[in-house]
Every structure is written in C-alpha cells, then in structure tokens.
Design a protein around this ligand. Structure first.
Ligand code: FEO
Ligand code: CA
Ligand code: CA
Length: 525
C-alpha cells in the first residue's frame, strides 16, 4: 500500500519529454536500498515515473510509417510483437488503434454532422499498425519505411471464419474498436473488437432481425455496416498483413484474448466481455496450431465451473438458437442462459508465470457500489488450462487503502511481479469517489520480497490519458506502453486539457513510449 504508511521522502526533478515535473519519490522507512521506490498520485500533464525509470517516445499519432502514405493511427492500445529472423532485438510490432475521439481531434464535427471526408479520415485512423521496431546501440527505434510496415483499418476486407455466411457475407469490411489482444505460438497476433456498437449499432436476432441500438459516431450515413461482422477476435499475420475474423471465440465486447498453450499443445484462449455484469470466457482449440475450431466455455465463478456453450449438448441453448453460429453471434445471450456469473467488467487477463494462476482485472461496477474494481484470481484445477473446474478468489481490491482504482491492463515481468494500469474515465478523474487517485497510473505488485503484495505506483499518465497495452520486451528490460487519449475530454481546440507529449500549446498526441531503467533491470538478474 502506498498510503497511510511512514515514508522517508526526497524531492527531485525529473526531466521528461521536455516537461519538468516535480516528483516525490518514496522509499519505505527502515528498509534497505533494495526497496522499490514509488511515486504518489499526480494530476500533472506529464508522464511521471518513479526514480530509476525513464522513457522515450517511439511513435505518435499521425507519423508516417512508410513511403506509401500510411500513418500511425489514433488512440493506440494493445502492443505485441514477433521476432524477425529470430532476433529478440528486431521485432515486428502490432499496435491496436482502438477509437477515434470525437470532436476536433480528427474532424470538426461529430455524429450525423460529419461529412463523407470526415468519415473517410476517421476510418483510416482505427484498426492497427504493423511497424518494425529494432534495438541498436541500446535504443529501440521505429524503422520508418520498412517493407513490413502497413496499416489495417476500417476499409480492409477481412474474411470471416464461420460455418456459414453471416448476413449473407463471408468477409467483413474492416476492423475497429481494437482494444487488447494476444499472441499465438505460431507468431500471429490476436486483436479484439471491443466497443464496435458505437460504429455499427446493434441488432437483436431474437425473431425478426431488429436494430436495437443506433450507432453514434456517424459513419453509418456513408457506410451502413453489419453489426454481426464485428465483436470478434481477429488474427493477423504481421509478415503478410493477412487477417481473419474468428467466430469460434464468440462475439461480444472482446477486451483481450490471452493464449496459453496446454500440455497437448492445443491453445486455450481466455477472454473477457468488458460490459457491466457480463462474463469471462475460455476457448479450447480442437487442434494445435489453429483457433478456427474449438469449444467455447463461460465461467460460473460461484461454483468454479467452465460451462460449455454448445447447442447440441445444452438443451437450454438448443431450443433457443437456430445453430451454433447463431449462438456464437449472440454469445452474451448464450452465457446468460447457461448460468454464467455476471462480473464487474472483465478487462485484461494474464497468467502468473510462477504459479499458473489466471489474473483478470474487473475494472469497476458503480451500480453495485464497487467503483474501485478488483483483480480476480482463477486457479485452474491441477493448474491445467484444459481443466473445466477452478477456484475463483479476489486477489486484491481497488480502493483508497490499496491506492488504485479501475484496474485495466496487466503484465508480469520476468521476475513474476504483477504490473498493471488503471483506467478511471476522463470525466471522473480527480472527482469523487476518485479524487485521491490523481491521473491514471502504472502500478506494480511485487510477488516476493519485503514489499510483496503491496501496491506501488510507478507511473502517472498525462491529463485524461490512460496507459494501455503494457508489454515487456523478451529480456524484460523494456516496457512498451501506449499513452492513449491524452486530453480526451478537452472542451475544444482552444481549451486543451493536455499538451502531451510536445508541450506548449500543442495538440495532445496518443503515442507509444518505452520505459527502461535500473528499476526494471533489477528484476532481470
Ligand atoms: Fe478498451 Fe475495455 O478497454
Ligand atoms: Ca481496456
Ligand atoms: Ca477500460
């Protein structure tokens, strides 16, 4: 815990991105110098890091990534990579571009007022970027015009892997709302379509197909889209740029798709539905080396049971859906019918490399008076991801006593410590009940040593930004992070809440940074 505890305190000046920030770094009183320093919550418009950490900017929104005119998209989120020529210092990165902030960031109009040109511009900002990032002379750099660099966006035609056409089509127009994701053992990347309904609206397929939610971002005037073509996990080969949408893992507000290889080499994929009172899912592939076919389960966390979603074996599902594909398109309805446990918005998922436990962030449930969220621990029976039973428990609760609220993205470092980020909504930052938490942050829970189990804040994001997509390099010495939506809730261009990263009166820019330093290196020995 970083509150309510005696601290020795020293003040120092930290130079970051041209912005000078006064930071108070704390070291636990009475402990030796191997203690991990941490910071207090901050409301400054800067990336502030604990003593022993520094960052550099890697790539920002709008920067060219090749000579063909492709640019790095908006609101970067999930980050992952595969080696090129088996070199861990020369990687092809996939970076999600989750959303287009509405208003003056991209166009001057919103919703139905957008022109076709506005919509065309926005459709190029979402999806993902493939960029080669390599380390030379100790520094990570983007190779700005590499042959592999390319964009996938809302205009990319993507095949849908399904038993039958969906609404008469076998491919979808584009991908968007790409939040978190995963990586397969065969070096492809998984990217999850989360809040697609803002772009497409939503339909009910009970009886007559009916629009039950209107899209809100205004693309539909020029691009009427089929909602059933979105909300899937897409798989991308970063070398070829080829993508496909899997229906096997269900359709919902897919936050992440965390891949674990089972002892028989089949892949197990954990995924949460980031909506209040929605569910946690597990997919077990039929065959090694593919995610196209398999069994989808939903979690009953009260009884520790994975419930199979199969219309052939579950009479409740058989009588309700027309086919297994109809059920996969309407996965939420299937989960509820099967008896899944509603959760407080499951977001990212990671497996503890030491114990094999599965950690799931539950970001919040204000309606249920759980505004601070928690981290859920799933212990599969025999530590086996193929197990159909498990024990669920709360690993840690957010709140003023633990010093964090609304946990979102997770990553384990090479020493097995748990790092995570927070996502308090922009309009709620620094207001009750979140007044004490400052801006969103980067946190770490040591898993052993004197500070084991304590929550240490190691970073603070710029105003109205969120740290997302946290991913360590293979050697564990570099931490890649997206700084997403800085200044998101600014009133207008003349009243910007954030000027990060360029400072002055500049427009804020979503960017990828890489954090390095002694504080990380100490976990790599
Ligand atoms: Fe895209 Fe649930 O965060
Ligand atoms: Ca998230
Ligand atoms: Ca979130």
């Amino acid at each position: 815990m970083n509150t309510g505890r005696a601290c020795s305190r020293r003040e120092f000046i930290h130079f970051i991105g041209g912005i000078t920030a006064t930071v108070f770094t704390h070291t636990v009183a009475g402990k030796n110098k191997t203690d991990i320093p941490f910071i207090q919550a901050s409301s400054e418009d800067a990336v502030i890091l604990a003593d022993g950490l520094d960052y550099q900017l890697l790539v920002s929104w709008g920067e060219p990534i090749n000579s063909g005119g492709d640019k790095f998209g908006f609101n970067n989120d999930y980050i992952d990579y595969v080696r090129i020529d088996n070199n861990p210092d020369d990687c092809l990165f996939w970076i999600n571009h989750e959303s287009v902030s509405q208003g003056y960031f991209l166009t001057s109009s919103e919703g139905a007022l957008k022109s076709r040109e506005d919509v065309e511009l926005e459709r190029r900002e979402v999806g993902g970027s493939i960029v080669r990032i390599s380390k030379s002379n100790g520094q990570w750099k983007v190779n700005r015009d590499d042959k592999y660099n390319r964009r996938i966006d809302a205009n990319t035609r993507i095949p849908i892997i399904a038993d039958a056409p969906i609404h008469g089509e076998t491919e979808a127009l584009g991908t968007f709302a790409n939040c978190a994701g995963g990586r397969t053992p065969w070096n492809t990347i998984l990217s999850c379509e989360e809040n697609y309904h803002y772009y497409t609206g939503e339909v009910s397929l009970k009886g007559k197909r009916t629009l039950i939610r209107e899209p809100s971002v205004g693309w539909d005037r020029f691009y009427p889209m089929v909602p059933e073509h979105y909300g899937w996990v897409i798989e991308i080969d970063p070398f070829s740029g080829q993508a496909k949408k899997h229906t096997s893992m269900g359709r919902f507000a897919h936050e992440s798709a965390t891949v674990i290889v089972a002892k028989d080499e089949r892949c197990v994929v954990y995924s949460g539905d980031d909506k209040t009172n929605q569910f946690l899912y597990k997919f077990i592939a039929d065959e090694p080396g593919s995610l196209e076919k398999g069994a989808l389960y939903v979690a009953d966390t009260l009884n520790g049971s994975w419930l199979l979603l199969d219309v052939k074996t579950n009479p409740k599902l058989e009588g309700y859906f027309r086919s297994q594909l109809d059920m996969l398109i309407r996965t939420r309805e299937a989960g509820a019918l099967a008896g899944a446990t509603p959760l407080d918005r499951p977001e990212d998922i990671e497996r503890d490399p030491e114990t094999g436990s599965i950690f799931v962030t539950l970001t919040k449930n204000k309606g249920a008076n759980r505004p601070y969220g928690s981290i859920l621990k799933i212990e599969e029976t025999n530590n086996d991801p193929l197990s159909l039973t498990f024990q669920a428990s709360t690993f840690i609760n957010g709140g003023e006593s633990t010093g964090f609220a609304c946990p979102d993205n997770l990553a384990f470092d090479v020493a097995g410590n748990l790092w995570f980020t927070s996502d308090i909504s922009g309009e709620q930052l620094n207001y009750p009940p979140y007044s004490k938490f400052g801006n969103n942050g980067l946190f770490m829970i040591p898993m052993n040593g004197q500070q084991s189990g304590q929550v240490l804040q190691l970073g603070s994001a710029p105003v109205h930004a969120e740290f997302t997509g946290i991913r360590f390099s293979e050697d564990g010495r570099s931490l890649f992070i997206s700084v997403q939506h800085p200044g998101e809730n600014s009133a207008d261009k003349n009243n910007l809440l954030s000027h990060w990263p360029d400072g002055g009166n500049s427009m804020p820019k979503p960017s990828v940074i890489v954090i390095e330093g002694d504080l990380i290196n100490r976990f790599c020995v």
